[in-house]
Design a binder for this molecule. Structure first.
Ligand SMILES: Cc1ncc(COP(=O)(O)O)c(C=O)c1O
Length: 409
């Protein structure tokens, strides 16, 4: 008779947390004093912020029109807290809708010249609410390779539920056509792209994208997080910039940049917004934007409408720095928006450059892996309407001094 073999293991089964205990990269960078992330700001005036009591020119914020510190915006938030409290304590679906939400949805639909608007609690959740809700089993998501991480995550979520995800080379419309040609006629397709790409500040080639969407009967979502208040008529963003508002099916964005608050939105056709509203998991199962956040946006939206000179100043400020850095010999990523990204193309040099700028009183964002591909390491700067010339000159001067010392220029 054959004896049953009994297996015994001396070692315990694998610990899921092993990866966490083995993760040393952040500590190694901290030890060298060049860690560029999670530094707490202890006071924020907009163009100048304070880190541990030290004043620094902020050249890395998405507070493009400088409205987060506008007294009118602060007052509106305080008044909303007094009236509605600090939280809605529930999702829009259930007890979490207040009249302010409806008012803002109506005003944003009007501003973006679309039938209807739906608010979400963050821009990240907006993408999660649109993409997996619309692109279902067997249908296709066609995504730019450089889209924001939130759209990537939203697409992977949809893929997990059976949708197909295909990517095209960054802003390359020939490659988009190649990808569209391969999709079976029987499958629905959704093209998703940033309007203004968040790392480089480059603008999508929307006229050609729209042309291809029409030719291949695809629907379009544009994530205009970095475009509102910056480009388009009266700051209405990328579709408006190209006079293509009617041709873009859904425009989404965030309140965490120009709108000076927190939350997200999508605007589009009545029936499509209604479908998202009743099916999007990230809307139905998450608490609604706070009254203070919504009231802030109602006020910043009014300012954007009434004070177009802010957008003009933002463009002039950004252009001033762009020209200064180009003249000094830096390599910049292609952009005419509020983002000026300086290519360094070396991880350690990027971190050292970041630290030297910080010590000299200029805060920028260091983009290293996994945020960008190896060889594309960069310092991303972004500007505000409220920066004064002295702030901008400081940024240019410090970049030039340190750039020369580190052999970047
Ligand atoms: C293009 C883009 N989409 C979406 C988001 C996410 O927005 P939020 O900060 O509101 O979650 C961002 C923010 O970084 C972004 O840059």
């Amino acid at each position: 008779m054959q004896r049953k073999q009994i297996y015994t293991t001396v070692e315990k089964p694998k610990d899921l947390f092993k990866k966490c205990f083995d993760f040393t990269l952040a500590d190694a960078i901290k030890e060298q004093g060049i860690y560029p992330f999670f530094h707490p700001i202890d006071e924020n005036e907009g163009p100048v912020v304070s880190f541990e009591g030290r004043k620094v020119v902020m050249a890395g914020s998405n507070n493009y029109l400088g409205l987060t510190s506008d007294p009118r915006v602060k007052e509106a938030s305080i008044a909303a807290i007094k009236k509605y409290g600090t939280s809605c304590s529930g999702s829009r679906y259930m007890t979490g809708t207040v009249t302010l939400h409806i008012e803002l949805e109506e005003q944003l639909a009007d501003f973006f010249e679309k039938e209807r608007c739906l608010l979400f609690s963050t821009g990240y959740q907006t993408g999660q609410g649109i993409v997996p809700t619309l692109a279902q089993r067997g249908e296709y998501i066609v995504s730019d390779r450089d889209n924001h991480a939130s759209l990537v995550a939203a697409s992977i979520m949809a893929q997990g539920a059976g949708a197909n995800l295909v990517r095209y080379n960054h802003n390359n419309m020939d490659d988009l056509e190649r990808v569209l040609q391969k999709i079976p006629d029987t499958a629905g397709r959704l093209i998703i792209s940033d309007g203004v790409f968040s790392v480089s500040g480059e603008i999508v080639d929307l006229p050609r994208l729209v042309e291809l969407a029409k030719k291949y009967n695809a629907r379009i979502v544009i994530d205009d997080a970095h475009a509102v208040g910056v480009i388009g008529k009266g700051g209405r963003g990328t579709p408006s910039e190209f006079d293509l508002v009617d041709e873009v099916d859904l425009i989404m964005g965030t309140f965490s940049k120009t709108f000076g608050s927190l939350g997200g939105y999508v605007v589009g056709e009545d029936k499509v917004i209604d479908y998202i509203k009743h099916n999007a998991s990230s809307l139905i199962f998450s608490a609604s934007p706070t009254p203070a956040s919504v009231a802030a946006v109602l006020t910043t939206l009014k300012i954007i409408r009434e004070e177009p000179q802010l957008g003009e100043r933002l463009v002039a400020n950004t252009d001033y720095v762009r020209q200064g850095l180009l003249k000094a010999g830096f390599t910049l990523m292609p952009s005419r928006t509020a983002i000026v990204t300086v290519l360094i193309a070396d991880q350690m040099k990027t971190l050292h450059f970041w630290k030297r700028l910080f010590e000299a009183g200029v805060y920028v964002n260091a983009f290293i892996r996994p945020g960008v591909m190896p060889g594309h390491e960069a310092l991303r700067t972004s500007f505000m309407a409220t920066h004064e010339k002295e702030h901008l000159d400081k940024v240019i001067t410090e970049f030039c001094t340190i750039g020369k010392e580190l052999g970047v220029i």
